[in-house]
Structure formats: structure tokens, C-alpha cells
Design a protein around this ligand. Structure first.
Ligand SMILES: *Cc1c(COP(=O)(O)O)cnc(C)c1O
Length: 378
């Protein structure tokens, strides 16, 4: 069993993906070829954004977003410590300071009720992460940001395709804030076959800045109006994502169904085993289950038992960033206890649109056995 089954996806799309790749090989515009604009147009339309700017990775999308906002050394950006390192890394790379605010224990997303206490005169932005595929509490975060005149950058690397209905307006992850950033890393909900990413905004000035920054700060050829970087997404990778788009809605539907099915099948184990728990999905939004993550007691033993049963698992993430050597100086170790507690207990189960229900049943049965044996030992 695969943790994420990318081979089955390629098998069903092979004809279209191979043809798309060969079109690029034939026209030869490997950098900024026509597929780049085609993908940007398709994705902007999909989320309802005025602008989509493709870039070389999700990390670069976050970095370019902060550069477009002109983040300066010494500035502060409020974010969560319970995320992949890239979120805080780009803040630190610019000489700014990630200010870690704790998560909600039941969704593992940034807790908006803790944000205002962390705002200082140096705060320049708020960067929530829509972790595991569920949109963060963007309505509340945007309201706080508006009161303090701060931009919001949604890290939507794990949640592209998810929707949000707070306030009665259906919105798409990636287009719920000043700038939304996503990743096309192969294992993300919409992946390419290498590195890629995109940012979304309705702001013309920010979009123009992002377009210049991704090509070394050029406003025209060899006219460098700002400091930028080499951050373009390859034409080939854009062609791969374009070829995957026709199947994407079906894949999102499968993710939602499999997530709901995991929830239903695992619910009885919550009552049986103290320490076992499921993520909460808030009623005004959905999750595309970029990861299907649960809370388990004695994780190392549960993972070993599952591995012995042929079930791959992963941990997203074993340590919150403020406990990582590179970021420890930005926060005290006792801060963000919910993030510390989550990092001790989270475990992700196999999830991808091509996971079969039979395999999902095997995962659930093996997990039930593993929990029964570790709980009996305890
Ligand atoms: C994957 C990921 C990124 C980085 O994306 P890359 O395309 O791998 O650079 C950033 N933030 C989060 C939350 C991610 O999961």
C-alpha cells in the first residue's frame, strides 16, 4: 500500500500528460512558454482571483509574497509553529521575525483568539496555514488583520481545492486573503512532477511586484527595478498541472469521501481508546485532506505495529518549529503548548484520491488492532 498513490494517478492520465509534455518538448519554450500563462489563467478562474502568478515552489510563493509586501529586517510576522518549516523559514530568510502563536487543539490551525495579544508596532503581516487541507479561520483572522491594517498571507500548500463559506460567501482556499500561496509539490492535493507553486491575489500592485520578483526584479528585460530572484515555474511542470486539471474535481470529491469515510469508520475507536482522536472539521468549511491525520497515544508503538501490518504512516510534524534549533531563538520553549501536545500525538494515514475503500478498510482494521495492543500494554 502506498502512503500517497501517485502511480495510479499517472496511469489514468498517462495519455494526456505524455502528450502535454511532448507538446512542450516540440515547441521548445521551456521557460515562460505558453503553458505558464494558460495555467495561471485556469487557476485564477478556478479560485476567482484576479491574478495567479506561478512560481518555482510553494516555498518561493511564500517568499515572493513577503517580498512583494516589502517585508524588512526586524519586522514581525505572526504565524503558527505547527507547520512545515517553509512557512517560518521565508520570514527568517528576510531577516524578519516569525512570531509563533498557538493552534486550536482540535483543528491544529492557528487560533485566532490568541493573535491580537501577539500584535506589536513591528507586526507587518499574519500568515495562517490551512493545515492538513482544512482552511484556517480566515474570516476571524481577516477581521483582526483589518482592525490592525495588516495583510494576510494564507499558506494554502496543503489545502488547494478546499472551500470556505463563512459569511455566506463560498470562497476557495488560496483566494481568501491579501495573498494566498500554494504548492504543486507532487504529494500536495494538486501536484506536478517536480517543484512548482503559485500565488493568488486581487491586488494589481502586489501581482506586478510578484511577477517582477520571480524574474530577478525585472520590469522589462535587463531593467531591474527591485531585488528579485529566479523563481519561475518550468513550462513542463505547468503543462503537467494543466493536464491534471480535468481530473482534479473528481480527485477532490474522492478526498472528501475518503476523509468522511475515515471519520465514520474511526469514530468508534475514539470512545474505546483514551488518547485516540480525530481532527474536527468546522461546519463552515471543508477539508481536502492533504493529509488524513489522527491523534494517537504511544505513537512510536502504533506506527511500528502498522508498519508490521504493511501500512505506511507519517508524522506531520514531530516537533513544532519553536522547538527546532533553527527557530528556537524566536520563541520560548514553554510557548504554544497546544502545538507541543499535537506534535507528540499526530500521525497521518494513507490518503490519496486513488486509495481504494478495501485498502482503507485494511488501514482501519490494522489501526484498531494496534490501538488495542498498545492500550492493553499501558
Ligand atoms: C509543502 C509545504 C510548503 C512548501 O511547498 P514546496 O512546494 O515544497 O516548497 C509550505 N508550507 C506548507 C504548509 C507545506 O505543506
Amino acid at each position: 500500500m502506498h502512503f500517497i498513490d501517485l502511480k495510479a494517478q499517472y496511469a489514468t492520465l498517462k495519455t494526456d500528460i505524455d502528450a502535454a509534455i511532448h507538446r512542450v518538448l516540440d515547441h521548445g519554450q521551456y521557460i515562460m512558454g505558453p503553458e505558464v500563462k494558460q495555467l495561471e489563467t485556469a487557476l485564477a478562474e478556478r479560485v476567482g482571483a484576479k491574478h495567479c502568478v506561478t512560481v518555482s515552489s510553494g516555498t518561493e510563493a511564500l517568499l515572493i509574497a513577503l517580498m512583494a509586501l516589502d517585508l524588512q529586517p526586524g519586522d514581525e510576522v505572526i504565524t503558527t509553529p505547527f507547520t512545515f518549516a517553509a512557512t517560518a523559514e521565508v520570514i527568517a530568510l528576510l531577516g524578519a521575525r516569525p512570531v509563533f502563536v498557538d493552534i486550536e487543539p482540535d483543528t491544529c490551525n492557528l487560533d485566532p483568539s490568541r493573535i491580537e495579544a501577539a500584535i506589536t508596532p513591528r507586526t507587518r503581516a499574519i500568515m495562517p496555514v490551512s493545515l492538513y487541507g482544512q482552511v484556517a479561520d480566515m474570516a476571524e483572522i481577516n477581521a483582526i488583520a483589518a482592525r490592525h491594517r495588516l495583510p494576510v498571507i494564507e499558506d494554502a500548500a496543503q489545502s488547494f481545492g478546499a472551500t470556505y463559506r463563512s459569511g455566506g460567501h463560498p470562497g476557495h482556499s488560496g483566494h481568501l486573503s491579501t495573498i494566498g500561496c500554494t504548492s504543486f509539490f507532487p504529494s500536495k492535493p494538486l501536484g506536478c512532477y517536480g517543484d512548482g507553486g503559485a500565488l493568488f491575489t486581487d491586488d494589481d500592485t502586489l501581482a506586478q511586484a510578484a511577477r517582477e520578483i520571480r524574474v530577478h526584479g525585472q520590469s522589462a528585460r535587463y531593467t531591474h527595478t527591485r531585488v528579485g530572484l529566479g523563481g519561475r515555474m518550468d513550462t513542463l511542470q505547468c503543462a503537467v498541472v494543466l493536464a491534471k486539471l480535468p481530473r482534479f474535481d473528481w480527485e477532490l470529491q474522492r478526498r472528501r469521501e475518503l476523509g468522511a469515510r475515515y471519520h465514520q469508520l474511526l469514530a468508534p475507536l475514539v470512545a474505546q481508546h483514551p488518547g485516540f482522536g480525530l481532527l474536527t472539521v468546522r461546519p463552515d468549511r471543508d477539508s481536502v485532506w492533504g493529509q488524513y491525520t489522527v491523534f494517537v497515544p504511544q505513537r512510536a508503538k502504533v506506527q511500528a505495529a502498522l508498519q508490521a501490518a504493511g501500512i505506511p504512516t507519517a508524522v506531520h510534524y514531530p516537533k513544532p518549529l519553536h522547538h527546532q534549533a533553527a527557530y528556537a531563538a524566536f520563541c520560548c520553549p514553554d510557548c504554544c503548548p497546544n502545538s507541543v501536545a499535537a506534535a507528540d500525538r499526530v500521525m497521518s494515514l494513507p490518503m490519496s484520491p486513488d486509495l481504494s475503500e478495501a485498502d482503507q478498510d485494511r488501514v482501519v482494521a490494522a489501526l484498531a488492532d494496534a490501538l488495542a495492543s498498545v492500550c492493553a500494554d499501558a
